[in-house]
Design a protein around this ligand. Structure first.
Ligand code: DGJ
Length: 667
């Protein structure tokens, strides 16, 4: 048996490469919850056992992690190495396929990273029809409660729950991108604890939970290669994406905190950078970008205390609407008559860092790039090419396209003093010739190569990941970007729901949010400017409204909120998060704790309590993780930790007071 340890949990595997224990330190010391007794009827033992990485010859009936067309793979263990986590090597003697399995806790967390490297050591080419990263097994004697996030454009990260007593539940994407439809994380509750499983991959993926008949649920996490099998020639190797798993005794919110810790780990030293308050011009001007118009916005932005000014879509030649221009990344001289360099300098002269929107993997049919390279797009010979938002997707898996994208970005970043890039992606792949060895993998790996290159070659540039809102939010993107755009829906109550869901799987330092004047799509109730500022302060604060139209008093209030955000952003972007209640409850708040500082953001998502015409009591927000005997001060009020946790921080809403930012300091 081998045990590897994380911050407060451990994971133990036996020499059959089956799970023995997963839980708090010491959990291995006792009979395994995964062992079984009794006769296996009409199946193989591997269909019942908690196999860590199941080939279809060992687990033919209840869900395998790896399949090769024309073979029923089985394993022979060829060695285990203990050190930097665990490494096990397994071999299928018939094909010569060798799997090197890795387990490793991300330092300082309870997040277990797992992946497999597959090497074709035989003489024949192999077609991998299933290529998962790992299987995670959870004891669910009374069934599993599964929590997941579904969505669509403008409604991303919507939480949902389902109870799985027997059978299969699956979420995923066949879009060649993470997608709007589901997020690649799944939380499994068994009544005693919660377990999270996720996948760090930006292409097609699946998370599949199989609840068996003997009290276990096994979750397979991996790329989806349905319709696009991966071909592995003799001597070739493919490495799966990292699958991540976490155990938490603190329920669904405890799992969320571990995902946050993981994303802070992925950010590395870049977490230490201050997240600037940004202004983004998209909602104010859409494609109607002009130097004068942008500078007028930048003027107001600077006066409010904004730190980075981002020019969104519409700045380059041929981009008057969404029918043209993508691919031709040259500033439009008609829009910037004094030159783009002079424009960027003028923005920076206001004390603002300059940011720019790009969508480098795309091309409009109406563009010089498409005229020069129609062969660069994904297409199926002899079939129509479908546009989405009037654009095609470039096949970034090609080396020439990769070089074009990298050089385009290098060119912009070296020609102009750009400190912030917003990288957008507004259509998934549709038709494509399938004769590439690994179509999906080639695109995704080259995307990572460009992002990794940007971080090395332009280390000071902040990268925002965006994909028609939140269609490319996953742990692999989180490792290569500084901030992520969760949704194009910026309306107050809609956004509150989206952010609440986002924070269940992703950390606040990644959550970009703008204050706008947008009306709701799903909930049209208006909310105060304060509400919208407190909401956008829940992660990385930005403004997206047409601030030239804001009144002097709105601007003064905005400046105050921005100053308050700057004073607490370190707590918000690095603190431990506790979500309190939710958008459909009277209690709706997020608590951030960093050292002795606590910030609580609270919103009134519903009605009022009768406005003093009937008896009413304050809403109480029970805080978490405080020191019971310590005192916490907020202005002139002080509370004990016990009071704040057992009774809660009081808030009272009125028509004009619908949100609050409360700072508490441990005395
Ligand atoms: C979709 C993004 O999500 C928006 O924020 C904006 O950048 C538009 N694309 C621009 O076309």
């Amino acid at each position: 048996m081998w045990t590897i340890t994380g911050d407060s949990t451990e994971y133990t595997v036996n020499d059959r490469i089956e799970l023995v224990a997963w839980g708090p330190h010491g959990v291995t010391d006792g009979p395994s919850a995964y062992a079984f007794h009794g006769k296996v009827q009409y199946m193989l033992p591997g269909d019942v056992a908690a196999l860590e990485y199941a080939p279809d010859g060992l687990r033919p009936f209840t869900g395998a992690d790896l399949s090769v067309a024309g073979h029923a793979l089985t394993w022979r263990l060829d060695g285990v190495e203990d050190g930097d986590g665990l490494t096990a090597t397994l071999v299928d003697d018939v094909t010569g396929l060798r799997a090197t399995l890795r387990w490793r806790f991300a330092p300082g967390t309870d997040v277990l990273e797992r992946w497999a490297t597959l090497h074709n050591g035989g003489p024949e080419p192999l077609t991998l029809t299933r290529l998962d990263s790992a299987g995670f097994t959870v004891p669910t004697p009374a069934g599993a409660t599964l929590h997941y996030l579904w969505g669509q454009w403008a409604q991303e990260f919507t939480p949902a729950t389902t109870i799985l007593t027997r059978g299969r539940f699956q979420i995923g994407s066949e879009l060649g991108v993470t997608g709007h439809l589901f997020s690649p994380t799944l939380t499994i509750e068994n009544g005693d604890a919660a377990y999270g499983v996720g996948l760090a991959w930006t292409g097609s993926w699946h998370l599949t939970a199989d609840a068996d008949n003997a009290g276990l649920t096994r979750i397979r996490a991996g790329r989806s290669v349905t319709g696009e099998p991966v071909r592995l020639g003799p001597g070739e190797t493919v490495t799966t994406p990292v699958a991540v798993g976490v155990y938490s005794a603190d329920g669904v919110d405890g799992v969320a905190r571990q995902w946050h810790a993981y994303e802070r780990h992925l950010a590395g030293e870049r977490l230490g950078r201050t997240r600037n308050v940004i202004y983004n011009s998209w909602e104010a001007t859409t494609f109607d970008v002009t130097a004068d118009g942008q500078l007028a916005l930048a003027d107001v932005a600077a006066s409010l205390g904004v730190e980075t000014f981002v020019v969104d879509d519409g700045w380059f030649v041929g981009r008057h609407d969404d029918t043209g221009g993508l691919g031709d990344w040259t500033p439009d001289p008609a829009k910037f008559p004094d030159g783009f360099g002079a424009f960027v300098d003028a923005v920076r002269a206001k004390g603002l860092e300059f940011g720019l929107w790009v969508e480098p993997e795309m091309v409009n049919p109406k563009s010089a790039l498409y005229a020069a390279h129609p062969e660069w797009i994904y297409q199926a010979q002899g079939r129509p090419r479908s546009t989405i938002r009037n654009q095609y997707l470039l096949n970034l898996g090609r080396e020439d396209v990769f070089a074009f994208v990298r050089d385009t970005l290098d060119g912009l970043l070296t020609t102009y003093p750009i400190g912030y890039v917003k990288w957008d992606f507004n259509r998934p792949r549709t038709e494509a010739d399938r004769d590439t060895a690994d179509l999906d993998g080639a695109h995704v790996r080259n995307l990572y190569r460009v992002l990794d290159h940007l971080r090395t070659a332009h280390p000071d540039v902040t990268i925002e990941g965006c994909a028609a809102g939140g269609a490319r939010v996953d742990y692999a993107t989180a490792a290569r970007t500084d901030v992520l755009w969760p949704s194009d829906n910026t309306a107050p109550l809609d956004r509150l729901r989206i952010q609440h869901g986002f924070l269940s799987a992703h950390a606040p330092h990644l959550m970009s949010s703008w204050v706008t004047d947008a009306p709701g799509l799903f909930d049209v109730q208006k909310r105060s400017l304060a509400f919208r500022f407190v909401l956008a302060s829940a992660g990385v604060l930005g403004i997206g409204a047409d601030i030239t139209r804001w009144s002097p008093s709105e601007r003064a209030e905005a400046a105050e909120w921005i100053a308050r955000y700057k004073a607490v952003r370190e707590v918000i972007t690095r603190g431990e998060v506790h979500r309190i209640g939710g958008p459909d409850q009277a209690r709706c708040a997020v608590q951030y704790t960093h050292g002795s500082r606590v910030v609580v953001l609270a919103w009134n998502a519903g009605g009022l309590d009768g406005q003093d015409t009937v008896p009413a009591r304050d809403i109480r927000l029970p805080l978490r993780g405080l020191e019971p005997t310590a005192r916490y001060r907020s202005g002139t009020d002080t509370y004990s930790g016990s009071h704040l946790m057992a009774v809660g921080l009081p808030v009272r809403w009125t028509v004009s007071h619908d949100a609050d930012l409360v700072e508490l300091e441990r005395q």
